[in-house]
Design a protein. Structure first.
Length: 387
């Protein structure tokens, strides 16, 4: 079965929803207009229950199937990014400095498309829980929704989600069983030295040299402390110090990101970073404090659910357009919090050639929305057929 005919019939509606959502990008938990639009559509479709205000602007809609059965969870992220848009499209962002540069407008639309079809047809048993989640990019909205109890409250047994992928054939799918995306941690290092005249360095405790030393030494965690075949990234992404060419500043600041899959590796990085920061600070005679913040956990797909989802993807797009074992990557995703609690799968859906995710010229490809909506709908129909 390719794209579901009934969904193809309303592809133009989906493009209109998506383009409207594109005009009103909102950040983190503050997705008020987006949530209002989604709730209005869901009421129109006749969902059986609508629970709003979860994680501030998140919501869960329930559609009852025919007869008893478990509840299957489908999730879309709804938030945007603090990026000024440069697409030039006539439905560009009307919120200055914000844009849907990660395609969450498209994810929201694909789940709305599935909702409309499932509410109309109800060719499944049990229930479906449609999870619209804010704050994926920043804030861990999935974690908040889980902590607010959605999985238990709505008795959700398994969970699925999609993310669009620029540079992959439009309407293709890829995923991988087991670890798919990395855990993401951040670190900040504040260095307190003693500034002075740039010509009199012997009278100072130079925080700039200490910052350079720490940034270099941190790289040895990956190259010298870590088994070469395990995945690990440590990137220093900011160094700030000083204001003018002839003054050695008092302070310096560094931060960066750490990506891991294995909690033991993560603990090793935390320990080595403490040791390196303390040791380097002592050697340069400065004070340095490390603030290491543990972020989203690794996204781990359930192998059986992943194979099932890949089978559904093959039905929708054809076997030649589905890679079920595509390997893992060092990006991160807060759907990991849901996958920690329930079996399920996260898949990527190709959207053809476009600017990359988080790029100011990125735009979601409306052509793939019926494919994603069909995928979600068939997940439900196939997992929970009518008795
Ligand atoms: Zn993103
Ligand atoms: Zn995203």
């Amino acid at each position: 079965m390719p794209v579901i005919n009934r969904i193809a019939d309303f592809a133009a509606d989906m493009a209109a929803w998506r383009q409207h959502l594109h005009t009103i990008p909102e950040l983190e938990f503050e997705c008020y207009k987006t949530a209002a639009f989604v709730a209005e559509r869901l009421r129109e479709f006749g969902v059986d229950e609508l629970h709003e205000g979860i994680a501030t602007t998140g919501m869960v809609a329930i559609i009852n199937g025919r007869g008893e059965g478990p509840t299957i969870g489908l999730r879309a992220d709804i938030d945007a990014l603090p990026i000024p848009e440069e697409t030039g499209v006539d439905y560009a962002s009307t919120h200055p400095g914000k844009m849907h540069a990660c395609g969450h407008d498209g994810h929201t639309t694909m789940l709305l498309g599935a909702a409309r079809y499932l509410a109309e047809t109800r060719n499944f048993s049990g229930r479906v829980a449609l999870i619209f989640q804010p704050a994926e990019e920043e804030g861990g909205g999935a974690d908040v929704m889980v902590r607010e109890g959605i999985l238990d409250r709505f008795d959700i047994a398994e969970v699925y989600a999609l993310h669009n992928a620029p540079g992959h054939v439009d309407g293709s799918f890829y995923t991988t069983p087991g670890p798919l995306m990395a855990a993401v941690d951040t670190f900040e290092i504040h260095i307190q030295g003693r500034g002075g005249h740039g010509a009199m360095p012997h009278e100072t405790l130079d925080p700039v040299m200490a910052a350079c030393g720490i940034a270099q030494a941190i790289q040895t965690i990956v190259s010298r402390n870590h088994y070469a075949l395990d995945d690990l990234v440590v990137s220093v992404t900011q160094i700030h110090a000083g204001t003018v060419n002839n003054v050695i500043p008092d302070t310096a600041y560094l931060n960066g990101t750490v990506r891991t899959f294995d909690p033991a590796v993560q603990r090793m990085v935390m320990r080595r970073m403490e040791e390196i920061v303390a040791g380097q600070a002592a050697s340069y005679g400065v004070e340095a404090t490390l603030d290491y913040v543990v972020g989203y956990p690794a996204t781990i797909n359930d192998p059986a659910k992943t194979e099932f989802a890949a089978e559904v993807a093959r039905e929708v797009s054809g076997a030649g357009k589905v890679v079920a074992d595509g390997g893992r990557e060092m990006g991160a995703e807060d759907f990991s919090y849901m996958l920690e609690k329930r079996p399920g799968a996260y898949l990527f859906i190709g959207q053809g050639n476009s600017a990359g995710l988080h790029h100011p010229k990125y735009n979601f490809n409306d052509e793939i929305a019926p494919v994603g909506a069909s995928f979600f709908a068939r997940i439900v129909e196939k997992a929970q057929p009518v008795a």
